[in-house]
Ligand binder design. Structure first.
Ligand SMILES: [Zn+2]
Length: 64
């Protein structure tokens, strides 16, 4: 488990929500994209509102 950053350190490190999301995405999906609900890999779509959707179970999830 990665060390948690404080909120202040977090916001200083990542200037935009997108930069933050991309960083979390790299950590969570380092072994491949997967759905936290059903565990399926490889069919995850990023939505315009920075949420993700699994095409197998159809559920949405967020990085944070
Ligand atoms: Zn799923």
């Amino acid at each position: 488990m990665a060390k948690q950053l404080s909120f202040v350190a977090f916001t200083q490190k990542f200037a935009t929500p997108e930069a933050c999301i991309l960083h979390l995405e790299k950590i969570r999906f380092k072994d491949g994209e997967y759905c936290p609900h059903c565990g399926r890999m490889g069919k995850i779509y990023r939505r315009s509102d920075l949420a993700y959707r699994c095409s197998d179970c159809g559920r949405n999830f967020h990085m944070i």
